[in-house]
Design a binder for this molecule. Sequence first.
Ligand code: DC
Length: 225
Amino acid sequence: MKNKNIAIDGPAGAGKSTIAKSIAKKLQIIYVDTGAMYRAMGLYFIRENINTERPEEIEKACDSVNVTIDYKDGEQQVILNGENVTKLLRTEEVGKMASTVGTLQEVRTKMVELQQSLAKIRTVIMDGRDIGTVVLTDAGLKIYLTASSKERARRRWSELTKKGIPCNIDEIEQDIIARDNQDMNRDISPLCQAEDAILVDSSNMSIEEVIDKIIALYYDKLERG
Ligand code: DC
């Protein structure tokens, strides 16, 4: 095994963060949620009303924004220019802007540097869109985790409904498809399965089944050396 890091890529709503977080606890390694970093950049762009069509505005924003990561009780905290913004990142608006800022080279260069530096000092399980293909190309285990857009929409709908938030499953699926398109078809580091990644389709699997499968694959790789 090249190293003990695990890279998980896949589309929005495939369950990457829930699964990666749980595996990190079980294997006692560090979970790095790279989507949260792009979300923090997205939040900054929203707050500063930055026009993503204007290169000079992007350049200026990238010069004045600083995203860092901290850990509190084992949970990743995202710090945007000194402010802990972790609790502000999970909205649809921020998710959409994260996907848009993720198309920008300046933003990606900054984020990839930070992610690689995190993995240099500890063993990590990192999830995102370009982890196996760009950030941790030598990860010991690479997983491409996906599920059908219908199933991902159903999970999101169920999550929101449980919280009492009114929503429409067809609209959720349309948003998911639009985000997939943007993430998979951008020019720079588009979401795709790395050549040496193992495909896991969770459409008909429970969270526990996916976790067990990935851990089994990890031990298998470790044993083979
Ligand atoms: O995983 P997420 O939904 O929190 O990610 C939000 C957006 O951030 C996603 O739609 C695309 C972008 N992203 C990216 O471009 N590269 C990553 N490694 C992680 C996220």
